[in-house]
Design a protein around this ligand. Structure first.
Ligand SMILES: Nc1nc(=O)c2c([nH]1)NC[C@@H]1CN(c3ccc(C(=O)N[C@@H](CCC(=O)O)C(=O)O)cc3)C=[N+]21
Length: 282
């Protein structure tokens, strides 16, 4: 038996089909949602990602606002661009593409993003709202993971979930989402200090691999029938290498492909955050 594929591309398209009429309803009232991107430098991966966001925006009928800055941009100039987007009524949500070059203070930039325009859901106020259970933008990758599971009817309530990786963009915030009453999962957060990773993975109904270690999750670790989602993005000889080793699909009940799984879902939820921000502002 081979696992059911959690198809992130198809699910993204389904979400876009739901967002398009909401965007049309806003447009009928004279509001065109706007998504802004701020890109510093010329990392090819970051360029691809920003370009993908602008084409996603066009697909659902939202405007995109693009600010590309040179790699040696000053802190002051970048902060001025952030303030400009905060003040721009045509921009309902935006992201500052990460990572920023080392001479820039990322924390001070994220602090300046108007919390109501935080399309990533990763600014300090958004993280605080998530901890407090208040409404606001949700972090796109964790939210995308939850939607990918829900829309494939993978049971979440009461499930044992093992998350591997404690980064803010995925692991740490995913634990916050999955332990809300509306999700009701039991979450174990593993990291490099975890004593017996194999044992933590073995008892999970759902495994989320977000460590950035190619092939970390092997078939022997996985409980038969479990859902295994691969969030790892490493490059090995130029190709994307995930955290999930080949052969896991022979044991698991559900697997997310990589590419084609969680990546497209992250983009879908970013657009969703912008549409929600425009609805809230209207
Ligand atoms: N402020 C900020 N917000 C982010 O959300 C953010 C960021 N900075 N910096 C970089 C990471 C990375 N990330 C990806 C999202 C989707 C794909 C994606 O859709 N990938 C495709 C194809 C990848 C390929 O083939 O190269 C897939 O998985 O199918 C990839 C990477 C968002 N990030």
């Amino acid at each position: 038996m081979t696992a059911t594929v959690l198809d992130g591309k198809a699910t993204k398209n389904a979400i876009f089909d739901e967002l398009t009429p909401r965007v049309a309803a806003l447009a009928a009232r004279g509001i065109v949602p706007g998504l802004g991107t701020v890109l510093v430098g010329d990392d090819p991966g970051s360029h691809w990602y920003v370009k993908a966001k602008h084409s996603d925006s066009a697909k659902v009928g939202i405007n995109s606002i693009r600010r590309d800055l040179p790699a040696d941009v000053s802190q002051e100039k970048l902060e001025a661009v952030v303030e400009e987007l905060n003040a721009d009524p045509a921009c309902h949500g935006y992201i500052v593409q990460l990572p920023l070059p080392g001479h820039l203070n990322t924390g001070r930039i994220l602090d300046r993003i108007d919390p109501d325009k935080d399309a990533d859901g990763l600014a300090p106020v958004s993280l605080g709202r998530l901890v407090l259970g208040e409404t606001g933008p949700l972090p796109c990758t964790p939210w995308g993971i939850v939607e990918l599971l829900r829309r494939h009817e993978v049971p979440i309530a009461g499930a044992r979930v093992t998350v591997v990786g404690r980064g803010v963009t995925v692991g740490r915030t995913l634990g916050l989402l999955l332990t809300r009453r509306s999700e009701n999962a039991t979450v174990t957060l593993c990291h490099t200090g975890t004593r017996d990773l194999a044992a933590e993975v073995a008892r999970a109904d759902i495994v989320i691999a977000a460590a950035g270690v190619p092939g970390l999750i092997t078939p022997e670790m996985v409980r038969p029938g479990a859902a295994v989602l691969d969030v790892g993005v490493s490059r090995v000889d130029g190709a994307i290498a995930g955290d999930v080793a080949p052969g896991v699909e022979e044991v698991a009940g559900f697997v997310s492909p990589n590419p084609g799984g969680v990546g497209p879902m992250t983009r879908a939820m970013l657009v969703s955050n912008v549409v929600q921000a425009a609805e809230r502002a209207s």
